[in-house]
Every structure is written in structure tokens, then in C-alpha cells.
Design a protein around this ligand. Structure first.
Ligand SMILES: NC(=O)C1=CN([C@@H]2O[C@H](COP(=O)(O)OP(=O)(O)OC[C@H]3O[C@@H](n4cnc5c(N)ncnc54)[C@H](O)[C@@H]3O)[C@@H](O)[C@H]2O)[C@@H](O)CC1
Ligand SMILES: Nc1ncnc2c1ncn2[C@@H]1O[C@H](COP(=O)(O)OP(=O)(O)O)[C@@H](O)[C@H]1O
Ligand SMILES: [K+]
Length: 498
């Protein structure tokens, strides 16, 4: 699904209004939808609406009036003087015939539900003073909270907490999700997210041309590789995974097994000679080749190899740097992870120049936050206050690669500006070796000819699904073993026969 920034959402409102739907009609639809959800969350008992001075508060007033009309016990606290409300919010407040209580936290009491309509997309500075006291008091009340559009205090574009923020049970947003609903900590503050139609025509999207998407199969189904009846192992691609020295071979084996499970027809581990016995003893369907020097490595990948994965356990230093350079010189599709990134921490431009010199080869960089700040320190220095989404976009532009920044809200961005945010990763994915499996799955997709952006998105999604499939207690080894179940469900979802 498309994700709209708050500016893009404002544009969607404007286009809809310009096409003849009054803004107040949108507000009425929004407020009524909030009232419906409130009725579901609290089938009985008192409901308190806490409204701010803007249109978010306006939605709150509409919901209050709607709930009162249904016979519910509703009260409204307003952050400002009612007489100072303007535009649609003033109109909405007129529709509320009850009393308006002042902004006093002692008036919150213990309702069955609080509707948070303090701030939405218009939050433009850190919350302090009275609204902050109110937010803290709502959070402390210990009752369910339904947030209108965004939990108040959450930045809709970054998901960041601006001074303080509501912890909602559920959030109702309109038309499309915003980045702040999916990026943490915003996602955590939202609770369950509902996206509701308020009468904005989908045609506005053709004009807005959103560049951010939630990472799910609708987005990349067409690029998903399905073996054909006449496929053979060579046509499914050959992935090479670089092993580290004898003390750190496991990470490459995890990646290699994941690459095989991910659908690569052949997988070879390029192993230092002194680690050959360890790797060979621990691998079966995955092949092992002795490789010590850059020349040997170049000879191996110069053959029928379609993609390389380097980084997991590879070791930081000249050997890894030379191997990365050999991969890029040979124009192989590549996943550069972990140590392959850290090896360029002192000279990231050297890496980026090589990537940009072969734009036709798909290169995916898969840092976690620590690795990201090592190789993209310039992005962080130049743009200290931007969201995770924009940081990754900037990193993709700077490097010329597809950049994937891991975490509970993994972002994938392309130098052309497209980006996805994933929201399907369970927290138990954060375990040693999990990233190595992710690198292997993406390597498999690249090996099968999937374009790098889609390969990264598919890999992240499948990795998240595998985490849910394996469930709590998972270790990285489990992820590869549950991939067949993830494939089966995806095939069912996409209507692919098997
Ligand atoms: N036609 C539209 O544009 C629609 C808007 N809708 C609602 O309108 C909301 C956006 O409305 P607004 O743009 O009026 O913005 P908000 O209602 O989010 O808040 C804006 C007001 O809060 C003030 N403010 C911002 N940050 C503050 C802070 N930290 N401390 C104190 N005051 C602060 C601003 O100065 C402004 O007065 C959406 O989130 C959505 O709920 C919906 O009614 C659907 C239609
Ligand atoms: N809180 C979290 N919720 C969901 N997924 C997470 C969370 N933290 C990390 N992950 C995921 O776990 C994986 C960890 O990878 P990484 O940091 O490279 O670890 P390792 O190097 O041990 O494999 C990544 O895919 C990341 O997105
Ligand atoms: K709100």
C-alpha cells in the first residue's frame, strides 16, 4: 500500500476539496469513522474526547457529537478557548451541543475510553506545557485510548516522539498510512492501526505519485521468481558466499543455507583453505571451494556466478575489501553486509565510486544502525534530524546502491527515490545470525535475476514472515527451515500453483 507523507496527505485533501468535496465533509467522515471505532472499543461506559485547536480537534468534536447522538455518555476537554477555534474545527465544535471542559488533567477521571484528538498531522514543534501535562495524564489514566490520525506527539513523517506522546490502544488514520505509523517509536505508540476511507478519490494518487510503500507482496508480486516447469539448477542462478577464517565460518554457512532455501539453484561457499575442512564437514547441498587470494576469488566468480554475498563473518580488512572490489569489477549482483561494509568505514567513497561505476549490477547494502553510521556518517552529519526513511533514501543516493537499514521497521530505498517500510518483523528476529540469513535470502533472489530493489524488499518481507512462522524462541538456524512454509503461504496468497 502507498504511504503518504503528511505533505502528500495535505495535498490529497486539497485535491479532493478542489474537485468539489468540502473539507468539512471529509472531517465529518473522519469524525464519524472515529465514533464507529470508539463504539467498538467501548461498547458501554463514558467516553472522553480530548481535543486540540486544529482540525484534529475538529475530528474529535464530530466524533463526540456522533457518539452523543447515539446516546453515549460523552464529555469533551478542549486545549484552548472554544471561541478561538477556526475554520472546519470551529464548525465541528458548533455541532457539539454539550459542555466544553477546560484543559485540566484532574477532569480526565476513569472513562471507558479516551479519544485523543489533540494533535495530528499539524504537530510542528515539540509538545510542552499544558498539552504535555495532558498527554502524560492520559497515558497515566490506564484506560484504552483511541488516537485520531496519529497519537498526539508523534511526528507523522518520522514516527519520532516530539516532547511526549500518547500511547494509544488503537489509531484511526485516513485514506493512507503515514511513515510515522510504521516507523518506530510511532508504530509502538499507535497500537493497532486502522486505515479508513473518508471519501478521498484514489485518483489523487496519480497526481501525488507517492514514492513510499508498505513492504508487502502487492508491491513486488510481479518480480517474485517462480521456478518454471523447464527450469534447471543453472537457470535458477548460482550464488557465492564468502566465508571468514576458521574461527568465524558459521555466519557464511547460515547465509549459504538461506540462499539455497531462498531458491538459488547452486550455492558455493568460498572458504579460506585453513577453514575448508570445517566448512566442508558442515555443508551438504552447499558446495565449498578453497579461495585465499583475490585472484582465486576473481577466477571463481568469473565463471557462471550470478550473485555474491559478502560480509557475514568475513572479517574486517584488506582481504574483504579486495573481494568486494573483485565482485564489483566482475559486475556481479551483490549483497554487501556486515564486515564488508565496516571494511570501507574509512573510505566509503571508494566503495560508492565502484558501485556507481557499474550501475547495471544490482548491489544491496544491508547495514544495521551501527554499520550504517559507520559508512554513512556523512548523511548523518549533513542531515542530523531526518527520519530513518529519509536517511536511507539519502544513503541510497549517496552510494548508488539499494540500501536496506535493518530493525523493527526495516527500510529499503533505491537511488531513484522509491522506498519501503516493513512492519511484519516480530521482535524475536533480533537474534545472532538473523541478519546473515537475510543476506542469504536476498543473495538468492539476486541470483535468480530479481532486480535489486525488489530482491531487497522480498527478502525483508520473507525474513519477517519466517520470524513469525518460527515464533518466539527462534534461533537463526530456524529461519531457513521455515522458509518452505513461508513460500507455501505466499504461493497461496499470489495464486501460484504448486
Ligand atoms: N481537510 C483536511 O485537511 C482534513 C484534516 N483532518 C484532520 O486534520 C488534522 C490536521 O489538522 P491541522 O492541520 O489543523 O493540525 P492539528 O489539528 O494536528 O494541529 C494544529 C494546531 O496545533 C498547533 N500545534 C502544533 N504543534 C503544537 C505543539 N507542539 N504544541 C502546541 N500546539 C501545537 C498548531 O499551531 C495548530 O494550531 C489531521 O491530523 C486530521 O485529523 C481530517 O479532518 C480529514 C480532513
Ligand atoms: N526489534 C526488532 N524487531 C524485529 N526485527 C528486528 C528487531 N531488531 C532487529 N531485527 C531484525 O533482526 C535482524 C538482525 O540482523 P543483524 O543486526 O545483522 O544481526 P546479525 O549480524 O547477528 O545477523 C535484522 O533483519 C533486523 O531487521
Ligand atoms: K491525535
Amino acid at each position: 500500500m502507498d504511504i503518504l507523507t503528511t505533505d502528500e496527505m495535505a495535498r490529497a485533501d486539497q485535491l479532493t476539496i478542489a474537485a468539489g468535496t468540502p473539507g468539512f465533509k471529509l472531517m465529518r467522515a473522519a469524525g464519524r469513522a472515529v465514533a464507529d471505532v470508539a463504539g467498538e472499543l467501548a461498547e458501554e461506559g463514558a467516553i472522553l474526547v480530548v481535543a486540540g485547536r486544529g482540525n484534529n480537534g475538529g475530528d474529535g468534536f464530530v466524533a463526540a457529537a456522533e457518539l452523543a447522538a447515539q446516546g453515549r455518555d460523552v464529555s469533551v476537554i478542549l486545549l484552548c478557548d472554544r471561541a478561538t477555534l477556526k475554520g472546519d474545527a470551529a464548525l465541528a465544535a458548533k455541532g457539539w451541543k454539550g459542555e466544553v471542559l477546560p484543559c485540566d488533567p484532574s477532569l480526565i477521571g476513569q472513562p471507558a475510553l479516551i479519544i485523543d484528538a489533540l494533535f495530528g498531522a499539524g504537530l510542528n514543534r515539540p509538545v510542552k506545557g499544558d498539552p504535555l501535562i495532558m498527554i502524560d495524564a492520559i497515558n497515566a489514566a490506564g484506560v484504552p485510548v483511541l488516537a485520531v490520525d496519529l497519537p498526539s506527539g508523534i511526528n507523522g513523517d518520522s514516527g519520532g516522539v516530539m516532547g511526549g506522546a500518547i500511547r494509544a490502544t488503537e489509531t484511526v488514520t485516513f485514506f493512507r498510512p503515514k511513515p510515522g505509523h510504521l516507523l518506530v517509536p510511532g508504530r509502538v505508540h499507535c497500537g493497532r492501526l486502522r486505515v479508513i476511507d473518508i471519501g478521498i478519490d484514489e485518483d489523487v494518487l496519480a497526481e501525488i505519485r507517492p514514492q513510499t510503500f508498505e513492504n508487502n507482496p502487492d508491491l513486488w508480486a510481479d518480480a517474485f521468481p517462480v521456478p518454471k516447469i523447464n527450469s534447471h539448477k543453472f537457470s535458477r542462478g548460482h550464488a557465492v558466499i564468502v566465508s571468514g577464517d576458521i574461527a568465524s565460518t558459521g555466519a557464511a554457512r547460515l547465509s549459504a543455507r538461506a540462499a539455497l532455501r531462498g531458491g538459488a539453484g547452486l550455492v558455493t561457499v568460498a572458504s579460506p583453505r585453513d577453514a575448508l575442512a570445517v566448512n566442508a564437514a558442515a555443508l551438504t547441498a552447499v558446495m565449498v571451494r578453497p579461495v585465499d587470494t583475490a585472484a582465486e576469488f576473481a577466477a571463481l566468480i568469473g565463471g557462471k556466478v550470478s550473485a555474491c554475498v559478502i560480509g557475514p563473518g568475513a572479517g574486517v580488512g584488506e582481504r574483504t575489501r579486495m573481494f568486494v572490489e573483485a565482485i564489483l569489477a566482475a559486475r556481479r549482483h551483490a549483497v554487501l553486509d556486515a564486515d564488508a561494509l565496516t571494511s570501507f568505514a574509512d573510505a566509503p567513497e571508494r566503495l560508492f565510486d565502484l558501485i556507481k561505476a557499474s550501475p547495471e549490477s544490482g548491489v544491496v547494502l544491508t547495514p544495521h544502525e551501527g554499520e550504517f553510521s559507520r559508512i554513512f556518517s556523512k548523511v548523518d552529519e549533513k542531515h542530523p534530524a531526518v527520519s530513518k526513511l529519509e536517511r536511507v533514501r539519502l544513503a541510497a543516493q549517496e552510494s548508488g546502491a539499494i540500501v536496506l537499514l535493518k530493525g523493527p521497521d526495516t527500510v529499503v530505498a533505491s537511488p531513484d527515490g522509491r522506498a519501503t517500510i516493513a512492519a511484519n518483523a516480530p521482535p524475536w528476529l533480533a537474534t545472532a545470525g538473523s541478519g546473515d540469513v537475510l543476506a542469504g535470502v536476498i543473495g538468492a533472489l539476486l541470483a535468480q535475476g530479481v532486480p535489486a530493489y525488489e530482491a531487497a524488499c522480498i527478502g525483508v518481507w520473507m525474513h519477517g514472515e519466517a520470524g513469525s512462522e518460527a515464533g518466539p524462541g527462534l534461533i537463526a538456524e530456524d529461519l531457513t527451515e521455515v522458509l518452505p512454509a513461508v513460500f507455501r503461504r505466499l504461493y497461496d496468497q499470489l495464486g501460484i500453483q504448486y
